[in-house]
Design a protein around this ligand. Sequence first.
Ligand SMILES: Cc1ncc(C[n+]2csc(CCOP(=O)(O)OP(=O)(O)O)c2C)c(N)n1
Ligand SMILES: [Mg+2]
Length: 770
Amino acid sequence: MLKPVTTDIEALKILDERLRWLSAWTIHHANHVRANADGLKVGGHQASSASMSAIMAALYFHALGPNDRVAVKPHAGPVLHAIHYLLGTQSREALENFRGFGGAQSYPSRTKDSIPVDFSTGSVGLGVAITLFASLVQDYLTAHGWMDEKDRGRFIALIGDAELDEGNIYEAIIEGYKHDVRNLWWIVDYNRQSLDATSADRMFERFDEIFRSCGWRVVELRYGKRLRAALDKYPKLKSWFDALPNADLSALHYQSGAAWRSRIEADVGKSAATFLKEHDDAALASLFTDLGGHCMETLVEAFDAAQDDVPTLLIAWTIKGFGLPFAGHKDNHAGLMNPTQMAALRDAMNVREGHEWELLEGVGGNARTGVEALLDRSRNAREKRARSFGAVTVPTIPTPGGEEQSTQAAFGRILLDLSKAGGDLADRILTTSPDVTVSTNLGAWVNQRGLFRRSEMPDVFAKAKIASAQKWSGGNTGQHIELGIAESNLFLMLAAAGLSGDLFGERLFPIGTLYDPFIARGLDSLNYACYQDARFLLVATPSGITLGPEGGAHQSINPPLIALGQPGLRHYEPAYADELAAMMEEAFRLIDDPHGESTYLRLSTRSIEQVERPDDSWREGALKGGYWLRAPDLNAEAAIVAMGAVMPEALAAWEELREDIPGLGLLSVTSPDLLHRGWTAAQAARWQDERKPSHIEQLLSALPPSAGLVTMADAAPASLSWLGGVLGQRVAPLGVEKFGQTGSLADLYAAYRLDGSAITEAVAELLLPA
Ligand SMILES: Cc1ncc(C[n+]2csc(CCOP(=O)(O)OP(=O)(O)O)c2C)c(N)n1
Ligand SMILES: [Mg+2]
């Protein structure tokens, strides 16, 4: 249904101009006006911003509803800041400090910017896809009764056309189609230019097809009203215009009026003679820039027409650098206007020198009243839901019984027990997995809680009475979102669900499972989730070479190192089920803590004998990153330091060596990540406030400085070898440095030196005189 256009189009056009001016000026100010102490280029994207100012004006000052959420193309960040400046939610100071320390960020950032940013962007493609998963989370929340239907919003991505080359977008729309995703607008700023050059002509109609085949409506906004009217009168000219390759079109926009004329004369000839007579060069240049993405009427009509919930791709034709001297130039991506060009633009936009920051500079008379009224309306139309933290009580998580257990099996048992016990936490857990639900032990939980589907999905096998341990039916009360094998989608799903408290005011506890090596497949999406402070629990299992016969392609070596360098993600690697239970409890608590973070649990399928605990004193240490499983003597010459699934080898070696090495200790490391963070934080604190030794310093000071450490992990040895740097103790590091192969555990541990004899040799190495 077409909504009548009630918004004051003239006011919107003025706001479009204001956005174009303010974004260009903000970038110019940072590069040419503000003092530059180090001579580094500050940068910013005037052309990418100018390309989107009309689209964003129509969106933010006309189309957006209070619950709509937007991911803005990273290089249009200055336009978003200008919008908030006009709305009064961004300060002049922050704009003056654009790309400076503490100033408005180069690319919209949820956590660093002071304005409300719905989704951070920067790594192209990811901001697009997260909107799809956020919409799925909205469906999940409404289906579960956490959110009222009437509070539903639309999820909008503003996309650069070259961004459409990012494969993660297609992984997302395939997944979206399976889940019947809706309430999406993806608006392409189709300026046909990328960073390096103009983009490939051949792809244009292919994009339409790809989206249509995934259930999307595709709307092309190619012409503005004036251009359409002119071309409709001259069909030959229209055919010529429609067939212009991207590079030619951009070059003509750059060259302007006279170039259009001679090219039309050459290519269209007589049929365009009247048209050319009717338009002087300036009129030609102006007419051909009237593309859909710059025509306010066209944009407003298109937005008003897309009011149902069908996912919609709007391809808005634009010119990169619209209205700026380098419009259309293929090299304009990072182009900056020089002061002379900026002064000319200022004059052209009626901005007085010295009044560049004034909100409505150059807007006079009646127009100003209309613009102010529109700004007021837009201000009231935006609503930011309060972040939700601390609303859920995390119960004690009991340790599942069993003398021998693997951490992976214990994980499944803990979730099953949680489900059976019920309660707020269990109800708010959302699990998800890219086709490894069963093989990561989520199966029992899914049997209990069901798959989430907007429409009922019967379990055909169960109905046919075919025996299976796994129920596989779905409905709108299910709590597991099954994904196809696309790990990037897993992380974007976790990112969206992990922001549910911020986006929807309702906290979810998302748990995602995958095989440890395949973290690498979605790494940028994982980083993206952490960068936005999304909160989730990532369970990676199985891991290392301990998965044995599965072979090299499934074995993981470096994820602990990845975790060591990943802000916002805490790595825990338990050896025992009781440690795992404590870590899961901590991870749930951290999800719901404003100063918390996400957790990565690296688990194993290896069933190992559990240890007897004389008391609970291990627990605090385990949550801080390590504890003495066998305490050393102050005079011990050596200690074994081990992590995770190789603990039985470490314990056996300890038993064997302790007679020869009096006071030999065994340090169980549960998180190299936390130990390292604590160590560097204590060093920084030494220079800032009073000195407190870090947890790892305290642990290692139970040994003499001359003691040696044999470190071992089913992971890259660098995960633990750094421990020697803490107090200067010597280290003999054991771990996996080569791609693995198939084999029994005994074969593999021997080949990769994770067995008892490797430990004995490593201890001997340390005890040899230097
Ligand atoms: C994952 C990733 N790769 C590369 C870049 C560097 N980069 C930034 S913008 C850009 C091209 C953008 O072109 P387009 O999407 O068409 O946006 P426009 O500026 O033309 O609107 C590239 C390659 C990036 N930001 N993210
Ligand atoms: Mg582009």
